[in-house]
Ligand binder design. Sequence first.
Ligand code: SAM
Length: 461
Amino acid sequence: MKPDIQEITELIRQRTGLVLCAPQLEHLAERIQERLGTLRLHDGGAYAALLRSQTAVSQQEWRSLLTLLTVGESYFFRDQGQFRLLRQRLLPALLERCRATRTLRIWSAGCSTGEELHSLAILLWELLSSEAAAWDVELLGTDLNAQALERARSGRYGEWSFRQVAPQVRARYFQRHRTDWELLPEIRAMVHFQAGNLVQDAARLQARGGLGFDLILCRNVLIYFDPAMVPDIASGLGERLAPGGYLMTGHAEVLRPPHGLLIVLEEDGVVYQRPGGQGSKQVPAGPQVAATRPHRRGRRPPSGVEVAVSPPLPAKEGSRVNALEAARSAADRGAYEEARQLCEHLRAAEPMGVSPHRLLAELAMACGDIEEAKTQLKRVLYLAPRDVAAYDCLASLYADEGKVERAATLRQAALELLADYIPDAEVEGFPGGTAATLRARWEAEAGPQTAIVAGHTRGGR
Ligand SMILES: C[S@@+](CC[C@H](N)C(=O)[O-])C[C@H]1O[C@@H](n2cnc3c(N)ncnc32)[C@H](O)[C@@H]1O
C-alpha cells in the first residue's frame, strides 16, 4: 500500500514553495515507500515527523528529497529573446550606469546547473573585453539542489546543454574534457555558487559590499511554485535590487508587477526595475510604465517600443479575424493608435463582437487609462457575461484603486464561473493555467473567508 503523502507534500510546499505535479507525486510516493523500509519507519506520518525534526538526519533527508523533486532543466543562452535583451540593452545600460564604481552585482536565483549564470559571464566577458580586469564583477548563483550546484561549480557540460549554442561559441569558450565540455578557467573565475532557498534565505542574501544587486535573474523557477506564494517571493527579490536594478523572470511567471517595481516593456519581453538611481540607469528607448498598472493576466503586455525590429505588418482588410490579427500585431509593436483605430473599425462592422473590446481594454491599460480600461472590460462582460479573464482583470483594477469590496465581488463572480470548469481545463485568457490552479490562487489571495464561501458555492452545485 502506498503511504499517505499529503502531509509531506504540504511540508515541501511550505519549505520550498514547490507544488508537485502528478508524475512527481507518484515518484515521491515510491521514494517514501523505499525510505520507510530503510529508516524503519512505519508510515508517512512518521516520515513527516522526521522531516519536521531539526536533526542532522532530517537535513540529509531534505537534501536528497529536494534533489529528487526539483526540475533542473537548463541550457546555455536559454530564451534567445531574453538573452538578446540582456546583450543589447540591459547589460550595456548597467555597465554604463556602474562605470563610475566599476562594480556590477548579478544574481541567478534558482540557477540549477549554472548554464544561465555562465551564459551571463560569457556575455559580460565579451562586453567588457579588455576592460574586464578593471571591473569588480560578482556573479552569484543559488539553488536548493545541492547536486545541481556541484555540477555548476565543475563548469563541465554535456552536448545537451549546448542545444541553442553555435559551435563556434562553444569552441571559443569551452575545451573538451573527455565526453564533456569545460568552461575556460578565466570565465569560471567570474562566478560563484552557493546553496540558497528562495523561500527561507532570499531575504538574508546580500550582494558583496552590502549593496543591492544590479540584476537578478529568476527564470523558470517560480513556475513550479504555489501561485499564492509568488507575489511575496517576487517582491522579496525586488527588495534585493539596487536602485535602478532589474529583475528578469520567465515569461508570465510573475503575473503582477512585484511590489515597488516598475515594468519596463521591451521588444523581447518584460523586465521589472527598482526605481531610483541616476538617469543613465534607464534602458534607452524602452518606455516605463507605473508598477501599479495591471496587465491582463497571463498574457504578454503589448510592447512599448515604437521602432519595430521586424517590418510592421500591413493591416489586412477582409476577414474579421485578419483585422483583429492586424490590430494585435500593431499593439504588439507598440503602434497603439493604429491598433485602436483597427479595433474601432471592427466594432463598427460588428457591434456585438467581444474581441475588439478586450484588445481596447489592454490598449487602455498599456496607456495608463484605467477608466477607459474599466469601460471596455464592462462592455466585454455585457457581451460575454461568462468571461472569467474580464472579471479577474476588472477585479485587479478595482483592487489597485483600493476598492476592496468591489474587487472581492468581481473575483467572487470569477470564482463561481470557474466552478463550472473541470479542474484540468484551460481557461481562456490564462494560457498554461488550469481552472484548479486559478481557483487555488484566487482563494489563497482572497483569504480564508472567501475560500469557505467559494467552497460552499462549489459544494452547492
Ligand atoms: C528549471 S531550473 C531553472 C534554471 C535556470 N534558471 C534556467 O532558467 O535555465 C529550476 C531551478 O529552481 C530551483 N528551485 C526550485 N525551488 C527553489 C527554491 N525554493 N529556492 C531555490 N531554488 C529553487 C530548482 O532546484 C531548479 O534547479
